[in-house]
Design a protein around this ligand. Structure first.
Ligand SMILES: *[C@@H]1O[C@H](CO)[C@@H](O)[C@H](O)[C@H]1NC(C)=O
Ligand SMILES: *[C@@H]1O[C@H](CO)[C@@H](O)[C@H](O)[C@H]1NC(C)=O
Length: 328
């Protein structure tokens, strides 16, 4: 529903091309079916076959609103998958992928609704793991980065879209989004470190504008930014890119910083998706000290340059000609 989601996926591939990250999975957290087609276009362009899942639960609008870049990419670029009917549920992909990883090794970058994470925390033992969702997350996840809300407080009204589902424009979707965000904040095991990126932080960094000049016309990320902005050279707010980049490189490497003197945890209002930082050492008296922090901006130019440099990388794994396939 915004082109920074596209940017985050492209940037993640560039980080993988540079050997800074391994892409384990991508799970769409909303229902519109063609989102999977767009994700598949991007993955194919970068030559990386990443497991994909999609939220298939209750309470979210299944219709768009599709932005023009979704249909443009799906209609005009090759992809491996066309829509969400061809992929498993996000929670199944999460469980399969997490179960196969080393303990405390996985980073999750949450750049949309928290629907899949809520389903993961609610999940029960299955063929992939004998652990329930909370146990599996506690064992495998070392860091969760969350784009959403405002810090230290959104002052009673939701900020951005990810905690409130506001972009859908219908009450059921908003209620689902707010309930999922509240649940994840309340139930995420406290041993998992969480970094939060708020709405205003994302708005302070504009990125992607360079793509029209630095990337070839066949680059679908470039086309998505052109479709979104309508003008060559125009960038977009960097919510999802900052979150993802900080999750891989650490806040300070990308012009951000973890808040100081901010021991506490995030609370999301389940009725409307507003959020507040609660300055208490832990959620419950008996539990361990919170490992949650929110990020603050130190150097917007450094952040923008780091993102644009990655977006401009040509894909290194892409093979235009599958010369070693044998047909017989
Ligand atoms: C999704 O893809 C399937 C099979 O590839 C196709 O039959 C179906 O019509 C598609 N649905 C939508 C909504 O595009
Ligand atoms: C830390 O926060 C507390 C309470 O908000 C305040 O009284 C104190 O001065 C702060 N310390 C520093 C070093 O900022």
């Amino acid at each position: 529903m915004d082109v920074d989601d596209v940017g985050a996926i492209c940037m993640a591939h560039a980080l993988a091309d540079r050997g800074e990250a391994e892409l384990l999975a991508m799970v769409q957290n909303s229902m519109p079916s063609l989102g999977i087609g767009a994700i598949s276009v991007l993955n194919r362009y970068y030559g990386r076959d990443v497991p994909i899942g999609a939220y298939k639960g209750m309470g979210l609008s299944t219709s768009g609103p599709y932005l023009p870049y979704v249909s443009d990419l799906v209609s005009n670029w090759p992809s491996t998958l066309g829509n969400s009917s061809q992929v498993s549920r996000g929670v199944d992909v999460y469980r399969q992928v997490l179960a196969a990883q080393a303990d405390r090794s996985v980073t999750i970058s949450s750049i949309g609704l928290l629907t899949n994470l809520a389903e993961l925390l609610r999940s029960t033992p299955d063929k992939h793991s004998q652990l329930n969702g909370r146990e599996l997350v506690a064992q495998k996840v070392k860091l969760l980065a969350v784009m959403g809300g405002e810090y230290p407080s959104s002052d009673g009204l939701p900020k951005g879209c990810n905690f409130c589902g506001c972009a859908f424009g219908d009450k059921a979707s908003s209620a689902t989004a707010a309930a999922a965000a509240n649940f994840v904040m309340a139930e995420m095991p406290e041993g998992v470190k969480i970094i939060f990126v708020g709405d205003s932080l994302g708005r302070a960094v504009i990125s992607g504008g360079l793509l029209s000049a630095c990337a070839p016309a066949g680059n679908p990320c470039r086309q998505a930014y052109l479709d979104y902005a309508g003008t060559a050279g125009k960038g977009r707010y960097s919510w999802d890119l900052l979150t993802t980049l900080a999750s891989v490189r650490g806040a300070q490497a990308v012009g951000l910083e973890e808040c100081s003197n901010c021991t506490g945890f995030n609370w999301v209002d389940p009725t409307n998706g507003a959020n507040t930082w609660i300055s208490r050492p832990s959620r419950a008296a008996s539990s361990q000290t919170s490992k949650q922090v929110f990020l603050v901006l130190r150097d917007a130019q450094k952040a923008q340059d780091a993102i644009d440099s990655l977006l401009c990388d040509p894909p290194s794994k892409r093979k235009d000609h599958q010369a070693n396939i044998i047909f017989s």
